[in-house]
Write a protein that binds this ligand. Structure first.
Ligand code: FAD
Length: 377
């Protein structure tokens, strides 16, 4: 295959699709190349939780705001249903309440409010163990396993983006990709390989100290009640940097270390989202290695389900599915490099690609493609 495009994107996960959209919106002819026949990476294994509230202050939070807007802009046209809106962050301890109160004083609290336990009744349909919680209106949730294929199909149909699947990219140089099925020529190239750290630009990954993070996930049976917004708890307040970087988080971390050391050791925190059929997607844990093992440990699942029981005040429903997922992980939100002219390597390393990729991609596309003389940087 030898064809000319304005832009070639390597990787059809959310980061690649976001760059395809940003380039198509700038009027470019785009091809997306992926080695898999269908999406199979982190982008279809996640919660589909587009989290704004709690993202790291500054650029990451702004990318998340913008990404949530883009999800809302494209959802209807792409046939992607927004299943839940907002966030309910339950505080089980006074130290957690203090973190949320401090958060509500920041510029990131736009669209957020504190509600006491009684007032949370419409957001938390069970009598859980919380003191109250923060509610937000800015976050949203999609069903990733259908949303990602639909987004790709819509990019193809509505924006004329070409997809070449089942083609592994073996080499990249300015203006050209070498794939397992032949060469592709493109003026600009964006490489979004997710957690493949060794095939393309391995030196960039090594220099940035990128490793991989494995997460355990569960789907639980319909509990018989409905959650209008995703639910999180105290453990999330020491992981999400928008909260965890606040000075008030230190006291919470110390108390969690004393009361839930195993949860912290396995990087367990709680996110509960609900699907159209009423089932709940629940997670997760965090284990780091260059090649994580593929096994889901029952004791780690038990920690996740224990936090569920504490927050909802009832035993978790039956487990329907278990899976693991991995993402590229390093200090900081993302790795964006220019390994050669006209080429960008873009990897979200903070585990928040569903929440931030659209905003990040617009920034990258602007820098790479939007030059007034039509050249590529
Ligand atoms: C279990 C889990 C839960 C998560 N929950 C959330 C969440 O709720 N909200 C959130 O914001 N984020 C969440 N994340 C993080 C988010 O899913 C990732 O940040 C995001 O999906 C990364 O997208 P990506 O496109 O970089 O990677 P991927 O989805 O892994 O896609 C990369 C693609 O590149 C292709 N590829 C790689 N190398 C080549 C090559 N050489 N040639 C051809 N193709 C190649 C792969 O085949 C793959 O399709 C979660 C992650 C996991 C694992």
């Amino acid at each position: 295959m030898k064809q000319g495009f304005d832009v070639a994107v390597v990787g059809a996960g959310i980061v690649g699709l976001a760059h395809a959209l940003a380039a198509a919106r700038l009027g470019k002819r785009v091809v997306v190349v992926d080695r898999d026949a269908q999406a199979n990476g982190a982008s279809v294994r996640n919660f589909g939780f587009v989290t704004v509230t709690g993202q790291a202050r500054g650029a990451v939070w702004r990318h998340a705001r913008r990404s949530a807007d883009v999800w809302r802009e494209v959802a209807d046209a792409a046939g992607v249903e927004v299943l839940q809106r907002g966030l309910t962050m339950i505080a089980r301890r006074p130290e957690a309440k203090a973190v949320l109160e401090a958060f509500l004083e920041t510029e990131m609290a736009d669209g957020c409010a504190w509600r006491d336990a009684e007032a949370l009744g419409d957001r938390l349909p069970t009598r859980g163990g919380g003191l109250g919680g923060l509610t937000s209106s800015v976050d949203l949730r999609v069903e990733s396993r259908s949303a990602i294929p639909r987004l790709a199909a819509w990019l193809e149909a509505a924006h004329g983006v070409a997809f070449l699947r089942g083609a592994a990219v073996r080499g990249v140089e300015t203006g050209r990709l070498e794939t397992s099925v032949g060469a592709i020529e493109a003026d600009a190239i964006v490489v979004c390989p997710g957690d493949d750290l060794v095939t393309l630009f391995p030196d960039s990954f090594a220099r940035a100290g990128v490793t991989r993070c494995k997460l355990q996930m569960l789907r639980l049976a319909d509990p018989g009640w409905r959650l209008p917004a995703p639910v999180m708890s105290d453990l999330g307040l020491v992981r999400y940097l928008g909260y965890a970087d606040l000075p008030e988080a230190r006291a919470l971390r110390a108390r969690l270390q004393a009361e839930q050391p195993a949860h912290l050791e396995h990087g367990v925190h709680l996110i509960v989202v609900q699907s159209a059929d009423g089932s709940l997607v629940v997670g997760d844990s965090h284990h780091y290695a260059l090649t994580p093992d593929p096994f889901a440990r029952d004791d780690v699942d038990a920690l996740i389900l224990d936090e569920f029981a504490q927050v909802f005040g009832q035993a978790p429903p039956m487990v329907l599915e278990r899976w693991t997922g991995t993402y590229a992980s390093a200090e900081g939100h993302s790795l964006v490099e220019t390994p050669m002219p006209g080429v960008r390597l873009v990897v979200v390393t903070g585990g928040t690609g569903a929440s931030t990729a659209f905003g990040l991609a617009e920034t990258v596309a602007d820098d790479l493609l939007n030059l007034s003389d039509g050249a590529f940087a």
